[in-house]
Design a binder for this molecule. Structure first.
Ligand code: ADP
Ligand code: ADP
Ligand code: SF4
Length: 598
């Protein structure tokens, strides 16, 4: 076995502890030296001396140390390490010419690192720090593997990359100009106009990029990247900020406009989108922040299924202790007789600055999840805020049959002001002390799985946007309420965390018999959690129409019909899969009017 010791530079605070890791190490105590303070005042673990007992890991008050043992033969696949006691990446997802490679896996397992290596932005070091390994050495290490030919071309400088970065919000700070001017400048293939039109960006041609919404920025960047003349096109999370229609559109744009013989790699957490877009997939697994391994390539259906099942047969490794299965829920088409209503609303009219929302009367019943689906700017958030009592409707009412029913609300946008100087620990404790009790399911199944246990002493208002979202979702779910209103709980979450949150929602609703209303663009998550759905239609930014909650089948049918896409269910895992446009099933289901399975 090989020892991998990682010191998280951010979490480690040697001036705030008493160097327990160094003092309690059994090797150090018996005269050896497995761990000591390095030049920067933070501990260095000598992996060849350390026996991997894990005492330092347990003693560290900040969870800054990780020690794992990995099989020797894995070292042959080591492609990059950020430094001594830093993250290790094993293998690379191997792109294939003329095909789209989907990469799936939790965050912190090296997906971005892999993309940067493939793009030629980061030269891998094979874990060697005292000199720069030559390309010959790098290629030699991967001789006989699928990635060899690609590395060869990279070494010869024959790979030109176009890379859509993950954080689209950073762009307006880096570039200046209008959508049209910038797209024209990026255009090396004479296709930018056509792509812009396809993505609906033509309407925004003269708009300053600083005035684009998150979803518009995302589409703008996808268009810019596709307009470049490159050998490899890399898309890091192209679905963030987009609604379902836009996700499908972006997927189709990538398929249609990437040059036929190019390499294309997409990292994506929305499994329905990844599945629809990719020809084959690589699963990234490992321990976040410690090490990551790229799996062998799998066919897209099998790969996503293996990921959900939590087992990779070619590698013979288990990546999750329990499989994730989607259930076909035979939900009631409408209100169930005798079921208690937890929240009711009459016909609503809500006006906001030129936008009008009309809602059909409806109700949220005890023991159900109502999913909310619809495009961006159609009034979903407005509606949830009315239910939460934050906005007053101009007409209509919202009624709680019992005044004591408590509401827990996770707004769409989470701001630092929500947490006013509290630590992560305080926020969770105030939500529910059980969220911090080791052994409680809230702690093991929610807080730990979202990685919040590592951040307990951090100030909540200093967290990154993604971390803050996770905290807000965890706190909202931990609160003991009767009605849960969750506005986009999976935004910023990786695929594994989305499934964690989906499972937690089902568990709370089923065991405590509460009610939940969840706005969500990830169709697989929506399918997993919802008993009924509410569909929003209309003209984004102008007027929205909220239909009454309907049975999953009826509601999804209405929603998908508007989008012109059909779904089938995967027989093995039960997950929803988008039918390829114009395939046999797509045509058959459209003819039958059954957009959501037959
Ligand atoms: P993913 O895209 O799967 O979230 P990344 O490739 O971004 O993963 O990062 C994997 C790990 O590598 C991160 O957890 C981080 O701790 C570490 N890492 C990333 N960049 C650096 C860096 N420049 N120096 C040291 N560690 C880094
Ligand atoms: P969704 O959640 O479906 O994306 P929203 O409810 O956020 O939609 O927005 C619906 C419409 O209401 C949008 O056109 C938006 O511009 C408008 N709107 C949202 N918030 C405000 C506000 N604070 N003041 C005025 N108009 C708003
Ligand atoms: Fe020392 Fe054990 Fe930590 Fe290794 S794992 S550095 S031997 S305390």
């Amino acid at each position: 076995m090989v020892r991998v010791a990682v010191v998280d530079r951010e979490l480690c605070k040697p001036d705030k502890c008493s160097l327990e890791c160094i003092r309690f190490c059994p090797i150090n105590r018996t005269g050896g030296k497995a761990i000591e303070l390095g030049e920067d005042g933070k501990p260095v673990v000598y992996e060849d001396v350390c026996i991997g007992c894990g005492i330092c890991v347990k003693k560290c008050p900040f969870n800054a140390l990780s020690i794992v043992n990995l099989p020797d033969e894995l070292e042959k696949m080591l492609i990059h390490r950020y430094g001594p006691n830093a993250f290790k990446l094993y293998g690379l997802p191997a792109p294939r010419q003329g095909a789209i490679l989907g990469v799936i896996g939790k965050n912190g397992t090296g997906k971005t690192t892999a993309l940067r290596i493939l793009a030629g932005e980061l030269k891998p070091n094979l874990g060697i720090f005292d000199r720069e390994p030559s390309w010959d050495e790098i290629i030699k290490r991967f001789r006989g593997t699928e990635i060899q030919a690609y590395l060869q071309r990279l070494a010869e400088g024959k790979i030109r990359a176009a890379h859509k970065i993950q954080y689209v919000d950073l762009v307006p700070r880096r570039v200046k100009g209008t959508v049209g001017k910038l797209l024209e400048r990026a255009d090396q293939r004479g296709v930018s106009k056509e792509i812009a039109k396809f993505l609906g960006l033509d309407r925004l041609w003269d708009r300053d990029v600083r005035r684009l919404s998150g979803g518009e920025l995302q589409k703008f960047l996808v268009a810019a990247v596709l307009s470049r003349d490159a050998d490899i096109y890399l898309f890091d999370e192209p679905s963030s900020y987009l609604d379902v229609r836009e996700r499908i559109k972006v997927a189709r744009a990538i398929r249609r406009f990437a040059p036929k013989n190019a390499y294309v790699v997409v990292v994506e957490h929305d499994i329905a989108m990844l599945d629809y877009l990719s020809d084959y997939v690589v699963v990234m697994y490992g321990e976040p922040g410690v090490y990551g391994i790229a799996s062998k390539p799998y066919g897209v259906r099998v790969g996503v299924n293996n990921f959900l099942k939590g087992y990779l047969p070619a590698e013979n490794v288990r990546i999750r202790s329990e499989p994730i299965r989607f259930h076909v829920r035979e939900a009631p088409a409408t209100v169930t007789a005798g079921r208690e209503k937890y929240l009711e609303w009459g016909e609503l009219l809500v006006k906001r600055d030129g936008f009008v929302l009309r809602a059909e009367p409806g109700e949220l019943q005890k023991g159900e999840v109502v999913g909310v689906l619809g495009p961006n700017g159609i009034g979903k958030t407005t509606f949830v805020r009315v239910l939460a009592g934050e906005l007053e409707p101009q007409e209509g009412y919202v009624y709680k049959p019992r005044e004591e029913l408590k509401v827990s609300y996770k707004p769409q946008y989470v701001s630092p002001a929500m947490f006013e100087g509290k630590t992560v620990e305080q926020v969770l404790r105030e939500a529910n002390p059980a969220a911090l009790a080791p052994g409680s399911w809230l702690y093991t199944e929610l807080v730990r799985r979202l990685g919040l246990h590592r951040l307990l002493d951090r100030r909540a208002d200093s967290l990154s946007g993604g971390e803050m979202q996770k905290l807000a979702v965890a706190a909202a779910l931990a609160r003991e309420a009767d009605i849960y209103l969750l506005d986009e709980p999976s935004a910023y979450l990786d695929v594994e965390e989305r499934l964690t949150v989906a499972r937690a929602i089902r568990r709370i609703v089923e065991t405590r018999g509460v009610a939940a209303l969840v706005v969500e663009h990830d169709v697989a998550v929506q399918d997993y959690i919802s008993d009924r759905v509410m569909v929003f239609t209309g003209t984004p930014g102008k007027e929205g129409h909220a239909h009454r909650p309907m049975g999953l089948r009826e509601g999804m049918n209405m929603f998908l019909k508007e989008l012109g896409i059909t779904f089938r269910r995967d027989p093995e895992t039960g997950r929803p899969r988008v039918n390829k446009e114009d395939s046999y099933l797509d045509r058959l289901q459209k003819r039958l009017g059954e957009y959501y399975y037959i």
